[in-house]
Design a protein around this ligand. Sequence first.
Ligand code: DQA
Length: 165
Amino acid sequence: MAKNPSNSKILPIYIINGPNLNLLGTRQPEIYGRATLGEIEKLCAERAKGHGLATVFLQSNKEGELVEFLQEARATASGVIINAAGYTHTSVAILDAIEMLKLPVIEVHLSNPARREDFRHLSFVAKAATGSITGLGVNSYLLAIDAVAAFLAGPQAKEKTRKKK
Ligand code: DQA
């Protein structure tokens, strides 16, 4: 795993979690697994530390608050990982906020929405994200950290990779 030698200068990765994810552990464990959000937060911090990166782990059940986290990230994050949960499938406001970020943005889901109900097949987040990692449980988050770290270490970091639609 590539380490980041100049970790002090690199802004943290924002990991933003949407509605009902605060109840992970007890919420439909057959779909979302048994890890709590607190446990996921710890695992993410450890994984990022291995890359010389820090994390800011956030959760809200409110759409507007998620938009505010994304706006804040413009100035204070090196990359964003977002599980917008139910808002993934409905929120133009979250799409618009992601469009404003000039950072790598990885969409994550614990489950694989493509294998579930039709209404979960549309992702407004995916329309603006750099990439998406879904269906791998907690590993979706950990692989997203690896993806942000690889992005920050590579030549893409200096380019704007997300196209306007
Ligand atoms: C989810 C998938 C969404 O469809 C759902 O509304 C969630 C969780 C996931 O991580 O698998 O709340 O984002």
